[in-house]
Design a protein around this ligand. Sequence first.
Ligand code: ADP
Length: 483
Amino acid sequence: MSRSLRIKLVFIMLMLIVLLMTVVLVFLVRGVQGFFTDEFDVQMRQMFGESDVLVQELRLAVQSDDAVENMEGVLSVFEGQLGIDGITRNLYILDGSTAAVLSSSSGNPRVNVTENITAAMLQDDIAHIGSSGTDFMDIAVPITYPDSGARYIIYIIDNKHMAQSLSADIFTIIRDAVLIGAVISIAISLIISKTLLTPIEGMTKAAEAMADGDFSRKIVVESEDEIGILSKTFNDMASQIETMLEELKKAEQLRREFVANVSHELRTPLTSIRTYAETIFDTEEIGRETQDEFLRVIINESDRMTKIVQDLLELSRFDSGRSKLSVEEFSIEQSVRGVYTAIALEAKKRGHVLNLELEWKLPKIKGDRARIEQVLMNIIINALKYTPDGGLIDIYSGSADGSVWVKIEDTGVGIPEEDLPHVFDRFYRVDKARSRESGGTGLGLSIAKEIITLHGGDIQVESAYGKGTSVTIVLPIEGPVDD
Ligand code: ADP
């Protein structure tokens, strides 16, 4: 591509030079031709004016018998002023009636009878000047002496060789100028094309590298001009695409992991169900008690699968933006108390101390009540699940800066520091066995985060491994902002 641009540039420069020089040539040649014609015209008019010495002298000379000789004598005096050189400009004395050559500076015995000669032959007293041909200019001046009937024509013809040789010189000069100009213009176009095309070639290479998946190649920005701006924009674009691709790769990686997790999570209960069902089926004399126990496992595993599928459906609704909140104004205090009451019995069974501490007159908030209660329940159940029997679980709630917050603290197993950033990841579980044992899917906190985020709120987990965990949610009183 760049090569053809280079050729185009050279071609344009050459065309410009040739065109320009041709125009100059035409003007110069026409100027030179015009100059010579005008000069001849002016010179002749000056010499052959009615009252000029030359004409007076010729009129006198024609009155004697040796008219031709006398006229030759007069004319020889003025030869220089008339520019007669015998080569390009010649002088003739012609017979006024026949145009026969009576005297010639060139030695030619005849002249072509031009328009001016004819005119001079017809009119006796007017000088006829003009460039009646393209390759000559002439003047025919009738000199008569009516008394004796003598009729002569002084005829000067210039073959324009001077102008032509000058034009030829000009042509040579212009031709040389075109040649030198062509060399210079080729050099200049090569330099220009180099400065213009080097970054473009760089861009082409970088784009080719990008097409092969290599985004590291950057163009060196050398100037601040349009090309420099283009190079910089190109580099920015490459960086953005690189970042986007990395994000896409990460997303793709997450998707793969997710699919692998889903398959694994679903296969585990399915395998159990099949194994237990087969055992019941294959064992002939299975005791009633064992059968009940196996059936219980089957029911539990089915429930687990149902829970996983439900959670996945919910997450997929969040992902596709199909999950809509049904926003209403409600008392967060009632919700917290409700969840507390619902869990109190279970906490007691496990020997936990469950405390509830609420700020006086908690404001009402706007939000999806059922969903927020689902989140609270999830967090409190986690506190119960991950705290060995006989622990302490505190629920606090208050308001500040247009928000309400709920904090659930436990004295349970805690979360190791390195796991903390991942607890909101889908299927992430610190202790798989414990989570599974207690019916966890590893999706609870991911769903909680989606719900809180949809409300424009925030959810944070702090934990000291082996000591306990605290989860805080913050919700705006005004509810989610519509977009
Ligand atoms: P799960 O269904 O496994 O409880 P969650 O998404 O609710 O899944 O939580 C993710 C993981 O975070 C849990 O598996 C557990 O390891 C950890 N976790 C959550 N809450 C607590 C807590 N209160 N104490 C200790 N670990 C917790």
